[in-house]
Design a binder for this molecule. Structure first.
Ligand SMILES: [Zn+2]
Length: 408
């Protein structure tokens, strides 16, 4: 029999609340086997939600846990069959650290999956003395558990989307914890119904704690946020506002190019087209990032299409407003001023920004942006392309959630 001080040490190493070590053995060539006892006498009846202490039957199982140094560790767990005196129900107790009918503890499963994400199933199986089949099962199990997992302590929610196939109007919706830089959910279709249903699975407890929701300029997002998180401030993401303006500038550039191509005068046509060659980059990029050659290019553009350089200046002015306005009052004042100048140049953005002005100026209070979402989206695109060849949404979702589950 192990001494009390040995057991005390074992319990500290084991660090599981629901059980305590009552004995242990070390078997050469196999590992350490810890015999455990459940710490709680009372078990909740899943049927009537009352507690019971009536043991129906002992049910010992051996499950593998995290290794201790070179030694594999096995836990001898009593998964008791209980009887409920209130409703006569007989049931097997649930244990948090090991799922039903599983032979590995949850933390062991997590460690293995983490290794798989950085390597591949075959190698991890070999390294850990497991079969590939066992690892496949773990992946599936943990996936089911992760998909149901709710965000913890979520205060700033970002909602964005990624294109599933480039160029197609088909998007996955991405939920991000903006403070932690963590993906907290994915939805297969960008429809109000699907997004609402997904958020509702988080429950009132999670939704009511969200203080800010950062969205792009898509009306249904605003409505969803108002309905499900009425306490939260809605922020129109500044990068999406900028994108709206740069997109409009780019379509103006393309339109001028198309019209030039139709010109009858050959010299006139060539002059405009050569002035506009490689103009996209210099017009759309932040001016402060342009080098001398690129600034020269901007001057060439001005000679053939002054309206584009004017639009460029206005676009830069907007960026500057986002950068330098100190609070929402100053932001609102600057934006109102800016709007006066743009209606002729940016008719589309003019309308949109006016409609979203409240959500846009909210930015100036907390300066919440979806800056980090871009990085997350890039990572998601990588996951999509990756060798695992996850073609359907569920697999993609699983791999993505796993990635961020272990990244944080
Ligand atoms: Zn009962």
């Amino acid at each position: 029999m192990a001494s009390n001080s040995e057991l005390h040490l074992m319990n500290q190493l084991l660090n599981l609340e629901e059980v305590k070590v009552i004995d242990y053995r070390i078997i050469e060539g196999i590992g350490i086997i810890l015999s455990l006892e459940n710490t709680q006498k009372k078990v909740l009846c899943p049927n009537c939600r009352k507690t019971t202490e009536l043991l129906h039957q002992n049910n010992f199982q051996t499950v593998r846990d995290l290794s201790f140094g070179q030694q594999l560790v096995y836990l001898k767990v009593n998964r008791r069959r209980m009887r409920c005196p209130h409703c006569q129900n007989k049931f097997t107790e649930e244990l948090e650290f090991v799922q039903k009918r599983r032979v590995h503890t949850l933390r062991f499963v997590k460690k293995i999956i983490e290794e798989v994400l950085n390597s591949d199933i075959k190698n991890v199986a070999k390294r850990n003395d497991l079969s590939e089949q066992e690892i496949e099962t773990m992946l599936k199990d943990l996936g089911t558990y992760l998909v149901k997992e709710k965000p913890v302590n979520l205060k700033k929610l970002g909602i964005d989307e990624i294109a599933v196939v480039k160029g197609q109007r088909n998007y996955y919706v991405v939920f991000v914890d903006l403070e932690k830089g963590k993906l907290v959910g994915l939805v297969e279709k960008r429809t109000k119904k699907e997004i609402t249903e997904h958020l509702e699975t988080w429950g009132e407890k999670v939704l009511s704690k969200i203080q800010e929701v950062s969205i792009d300029l898509w009306k249904p997002y605003k409505n969803i946020a108002k309905e499900l998180m009425p306490q939260a401030e809605i922020v129109a993401d500044r990068f999406h506002v900028m994108k709206q303006v740069t997109d409009e500038l780019d379509s103006a550039r393309r339109k001028i190019k198309r019209e030039a191509e139709k010109l009858k005068s050959k010299s006139q046509k060539e002059k405009i087209l050569s002035g506009l060659t490689k103009s996209k980059y210099v017009l759309l990029k932040n001016e402060q990032d342009l080098n001398e050659d690129e600034k020269e290019k901007l001057k060439e553009v001005e000679k053939v299409a002054p309206v584009l350089t004017k639009m460029h200046v206005l676009k830069e002015k907007l960026r500057n407003i986002f950068e330098s306005s100190k609070d929402w009052r100053e932001g609102l004042f600057n934006l109102a001023d800016w709007l006066k100048d743009i209606s002729d140049y940016f008719p589309k953005s003019f309308g949109t920004i006016k409609r979203w002005i409240g959500e846009i100026v909210t930015y100036f209070d907390e300066r919440t942006t979806q800056g980090i979402v871009e990085g997350i989206n890039n990572k998601l695109k990588l996951i999509k392309r990756r060798a695992f060849g996850f073609r359907n949404f569920n697999n993609f979702q699983l791999r993505s959630l796993l990635t961020w589950h272990f990244a944080s």
